[in-house]
Each structure stands twice: as C-alpha cells, then as structure tokens.
Design a protein around this ligand. Structure first.
Ligand code: GAR
Length: 214
C-alpha cells in the first residue's frame, strides 16, 4: 500500500542525532511523516551512517564541487525535488541558504536551532548563553525564512544554565530536548495541526501568540 505519510527530505552536515530522533519517531505508524531521503553536504558523516542503517536513501551534494552558493543551492534543490517532499527538514545543516532556495520551500521547510530564538542566531550559541549570564537556554524549531535562523517559531524547549556550566555540557542537555521537540513539530506540521499563513503560526486554527513550550 502506498504511504500516505508526508514525505520528508532531511538535510544534514554532521552527527545527525536529530535525524536519528526522526527515524525513531517514524517507527510509530501514527507518526504522520516518513523520511524519503537524507542529503548531506559532507561526506563520511555519522548522519549518513544512521540513514543507511535505517534503510533510507542517502545523497551527498558537496558544496566543494560547486563554484558558488547559487549554483550549489540550485543543484541541492534539484536533488531534493527528485523526492518530491512535502517538507524539507534542516537537521544540523550548517549552510547559509540563498533566498531563492528558501523561497522555493516557503512554508514547507523547518529548522532546529540551539537557542531560544530570537536570541543567539548563528554559531556558538551555548557559550553565548553562558557568557551572557543567562539562567535559561534552549532550542527552537521554526519555519525557515531567508534570514539566518529566523522565521516563525513553532516550539521551544528550555533548560536551566547551571553554575559552572560548560558549553559542551549545556549543549548535551539542550540536544536531549531537541530530540523531543523536532519530531513533535514535524508531526504537527505534517498532520496539518500547525499551519503558517502570513508569517503567523496557528495551532488547530488558533494563531499562536508565541512558540509552544515543551
Ligand atoms: C543541533 O544542535 C542543531 O540544533 C544545530 O546543529 C546541531 C546538529 O546536531 N543546528 C544549528 O546550529 C543550525 N543553525 P545533530 O547533527 O546531532 O542533529
């Protein structure tokens, strides 16, 4: 019987622990989405191994093989579109994306970022939270818009920043929460419970005044 689940293409650059969380979630037949392919811009990363082990198609589109961002993103889109996904999932895909690429998947591309957005876009978010003396840090799933790590927020998870915390220890605690909120957000969007219209996220038809909190 053909799958009626929402087809996902997941983009990774590294370990793929968030990818693994989605692979684990889709084992539940009630999960409304299923990964069609995993694409990495880097060879030899653990995420590719995780995908192969789960019997999922993998593709490598290395940024090193293309002269500029526009040409790379066009090729990436060509590979993605072969799978005709209903959602494109950025899971530790460490590339800045061109506006054309983002606009092509407007409303159907999600990202997870390890901070309580709009705080700390970009890299080294955990150290930034520690350096700022924040008592709380966390992760956010959001729809992707052309600005880096921006776009309408769907769900956040918070963790306490401990005294004498290190960036690594804090990152590990945040990652555990990422593995809960990313499959949840994907499920909500794939099932149509969460929607986006005019930059506003709604849950079951009700506009959210802020991101859901785990
Ligand atoms: C995760 O912490 C994710 O939030 C972050 O990269 C890590 C990937 O880990 N993404 C970003 O920083 C995006 N700006 P994983 O490969 O184990 O899922």
């Amino acid at each position: 019987m053909p799958s009626t689940r929402c087809a996902l293409v997941v983009l990774i650059s590294g370990s793929g622990s968030n990818l693994q969380a989605i692979i684990d979630a889709q084992k539940n037949p009630d999960f409304p989405a299923e990964i069609s392919a995993v694409i990495s811009n880097k060879t030899g990363v653990k995420g590719l191994e995780r995908a192969s082990k789960a019997g999922i198609a993998t593709e490598i589109v290395s940024h090193r093989d293309y002269p500029n961002r526009e040409i790379y993103d066009a090729e990436l889109a060509r590979v993605i579109d072969r799978y005709n996904p209903c959602l494109v999932i950025l899971a530790g895909f460490m590339r800045i994306l061109t506006d054309d690429f983002v606009n092509r998947y407007a409303g159907r591309m999600l990202n997870i970022h390890p901070s309580l957005l709009p705080k700390y876009k970009g890299l080294n978010t955990h150290q930034q939270a520690i350096d700022a003396g924040d008592r709380e840090h966390g992760a956010t799933v959001h729809f992707v818009t052309p600005d880096l790590d921006s776009g309408p927020l769907i769900i956040q998870a918070r963790v306490a920043v401990l005294e004498d915390d290190t960036a690594d220890a804090l990152a590990a605690r945040v990652l555990e929460k990422e593995h809960i909120i990313y499959p949840r957000a994907i499920s909500q969007v794939a099932s149509g419970h969460v929607t986006l219209a005019n930059e506003v996220v709604s849950l079951n038809g009700e506009p959210l005044s802020g991101p859901q909190q785990l």
